[in-house]
Design a protein. Structure first.
Ligand SMILES: O=C(O)c1ccccc1N[C@@H]1O[C@H](COP(=O)(O)O)[C@@H](O)[C@H]1O
Length: 222
């Protein structure tokens, strides 16, 4: 089965156009002001228009207030809310009830302990996203371009719907798909030429690598 592919932290029509042409199933906008990928909700709404109905529009928020969500949801009209902070299960339920949108809850992973809270969100979050925990000193909870030890996810038996992120790029995405049960992959800095600057060439290379991962391996000599 083809994985879902989310290109996150988009800020230009060119990058969105290329992501859509290559078959992105999800496009993400970052509403975390300290991020080089931060975008105002009204600009995100304009940029997202060509994607409507073609790819799911994801609003990435970190421990959001209702005022922030009111503005983002009313302007952008996202299909999914990605909660990338320390939102409790109760907070996730409240957000779902208020906005009627599916939630992808993020877990930031460095050690097995970081996964202990997952169970509390089963049946509450619509999907999980496992990302690398930010390195010490980073101001960003995500988008740091670092990976984590995917074997920590080996207890997930495939019945849990999750996306994988954290330092994915053209060189490691095939391994990520081969070594996890992720039904989707999510990339941001791996398709950037500088922090916050998406490269259409790198978006192409990333999709090429995913498509290559799908191709059956030919026996030598055949
Ligand atoms: O990208 C950001 O700046 C960001 C800021 C705040 C929360 C999440 C953020 N990005 C998320 O991080 C992961 C992967 O990033 P990367 O590929 O390692 O650069 C992805 O889920 C983004 O949505």
């Amino acid at each position: 089965m083809k994985p879902d592919i989310k290109i996150c932290g988009l800020k230009t029509p060119e990058a969105i156009d290329r992501a859509l042409k290559r078959g992105a199933t999800h496009i993400g906008f970052i509403f975390f002001e300290k991020s080089p990928r931060y975008i105002e909700p009204d600009l995100a709404a304009k940029l997202a228009e060509p994607a409507r109905g073609k790819a799911k529009i994801v609003a990435v928020v970190v421990d959001p207030t209702n005022d922030e969500l009111d503005e983002i949801v009313s302007l952008l009209k996202p299909d999914i809310l990605q909660l990338h902070g320390n939102e409790s299960p109760e907070h996730v339920l409240t957000i779902k009830a208020l906005y009627g949108l599916p939630v992808m809850k993020v877990f930031s992973v460095r050690t097995a302990d970081d996964l202990k809270r997952v169970e509390a969100y089963i049946g509450i979050a619509d999907r999980f996203l496992f990302d690398a925990k930010a390195p010490k000193g980073s101001e960003l909870p995500g988008g740091n371009g670092i990976s984590f030890d995917w074997s920590l996810l080996s207890w997930l038996d495939g019945s849990i719907d999750y996306m994988l992120s954290g330092g994915l790029n053209k060189d490691n995405v095939a391994d990520a798909l081969a070594n996890t049960t992720a039904r989707g992959i999510d990339v941001s800095s791996g398709v950037e030429s500088a922090p916050g600057v998406k490269s259409v060439a790198m978006i192409d290379e990333f999709f090429d690598a995913v498509e290559g991962a799908d191709a059956p391996i030919m026996a030598s000599g055949s």
